[in-house]
Design a protein around this ligand. Structure first.
Ligand SMILES: *[C@@H]1O[C@H](CO)[C@@H](O)[C@H](O)[C@H]1NC(C)=O
Ligand SMILES: *[C@@H]1O[C@H](CO)[C@@H](O)[C@H](O)[C@H]1NC(C)=O
Ligand SMILES: *[C@@H]1O[C@H](CO)[C@@H](O)[C@H](O)[C@H]1NC(C)=O
Ligand SMILES: *[C@@H]1O[C@H](CO)[C@@H](O)[C@H](O)[C@H]1NC(C)=O
Ligand SMILES: *[C@@H]1O[C@H](CO)[C@@H](O)[C@H](O)[C@H]1NC(C)=O
Ligand SMILES: *[C@@H]1O[C@H](CO)[C@@H](O)[C@H](O)[C@H]1NC(C)=O
Length: 294
């Protein structure tokens, strides 16, 4: 089963790689380049919806729609301090500390000029998770969950319309069943989707040209931890072959367990590679023969 999934994810990765490199010529830059020198004041940003949808639970604090004034840049930016001051993020702060993601952020802010963007779920967001969800996670998963809310570049509100999806978070892998995060800017909202969680930014907590913190009323649940696992390899190729009576071996293996399909599939793959190698080699030999005969 493990082999099968591994193989399948390789195949997916491979196919994805092929299609993307064919479809879009250059590898898309993961994020827009750092902003041109921004004044210390917060950058111009499109207004967020002032009327928050009725969905907003009464528990969550009113969204500060106007970025907090950037504090005097004395010393390194202290993310937990900013969140403490903004109020309503105590669970997120606790998780930032316990997973040591706060330290990672501090290090990123200090060591790189790309800045950091944080999607900060409110206490209401965490408490609306069904009970036990957080407790069911192990330490590694908790860290990934929090890293999933952090981008290693500064993205002002106005730049969300130019980002290329999926965005890479600090949790890493953006592939379909890992940690993809899509952000889409609309005239009146910036929507965000993980494939499981669909929400929109409900306010700007902080923005200073290096660090942006946006408020979320939902915790972003990554596929990797909360999603369905990749579907088992679709049996369609085997079935089609069977229908077409292409090969008799397929008929026999189709009756076997799915694990065997995988073994056969990888066998078939290495056979293909061998065939390609042979073809290349014989082609080379032919060219050599032609050259020699001249
Ligand atoms: C950041 O602020 C918090 C409290 O606001 C404090 O406990 C922590 O030590 C500060 N971190 C740094 C690196 O100054
Ligand atoms: C911040 O960065 C400087 C060099 O860029 C380094 O010397 C210093 O140790 C860093 N501080 C922390 C707290 O990482
Ligand atoms: C994210 O965007 C990419 C590219 O547009 C798309 O292929 C993918 O399905 C989207 N994923 C989600 C979860 O919206
Ligand atoms: C954006 O997200 C909000 C919920 O946060 C939803 O009501 C709205 O329909 C979304 N807009 C689009 C275009 O998906
Ligand atoms: C495939 O072979 C079976 C017998 O082995 C035959 O009954 C069936 O008609 C064949 N199907 C096709 C599409 O050739
Ligand atoms: C396909 O799997 C079956 C069952 O494990 C095995 O007996 C057979 O040799 C395999 N065929 C290939 C081509 O790997």
């Amino acid at each position: 089963m493990v082999m099968k999934q591994t193989f399948f994810s390789f195949l997916l990765l491979f196919l994805f790689h092929c299609t993307t490199s064919v479809a879009q010529a250059p590898i898309p830059a993961p994020l827009p380049p750092p902003t041109p020198p921004t004044p210390t004041a917060s950058p111009p940003a499109p207004p967020l919806p002032t009327k928050s949808p009725p969905a907003a639970p009464t528990k969550s604090p009113p969204a500060p729609l106007v970025p907090a004034a950037a504090p005097s840049p004395s010393g390194p930016t202290n993310v937990t301090k900013i969140l403490e001051k903004a109020k309503g993020f105590s669970l997120f702060i606790r998780l930032l500390k316990s997973t040591s993601v706060a330290d990672q952020i501090e290090k990123q802010l200090n060591d790189s000029n790309n800045g950091v963007t944080i999607f900060a779920p409110t206490d209401g967001a965490f408490s609306s998770l069904s009970s036990g969800v957080l407790n069911s996670l192990n330490d590694e998963q908790k860290e990934e969950l929090i890293q999933f809310h952090v981008l290693s570049s500064y993205i002002p509100l106005s730049q969300f319309q130019t980002v290329s999806n999926p965005l890479r978070t600090n949790a890493g892998d953006t592939s379909k069943y890992s940690f993809p995060l899509n952000v889409t800017a609309y005239p009146n909202s910036v929507n965000i989707s993980t494939g499981l969680t669909h929400t929109s930014l409900s306010g700007t907590v902080y923005s200073d040209g290096q660090l942006a913190i946006y408020q979320l009323d939902k915790v972003l649940l990554p596929m990797n931890i909360f999603g369905a696992k990749p579907p088992s390899p679709a049996p369609s190729p085997t079935k089609r072959k069977k229908e077409n009576n292409d090969s008799t071996t397929d008929d026999t293996t189709a009756a076997d367990s799915s694990t065997d399909d995988n073994v056969n599939a990888s066998g078939a793959m290495s056979l293909t590679i061998m065939t390609i190698q042979t073809t290349v080699l014989s082609g080379f030999a032919m060219i050599l023969a032609i050259v020699l005969s001249l």
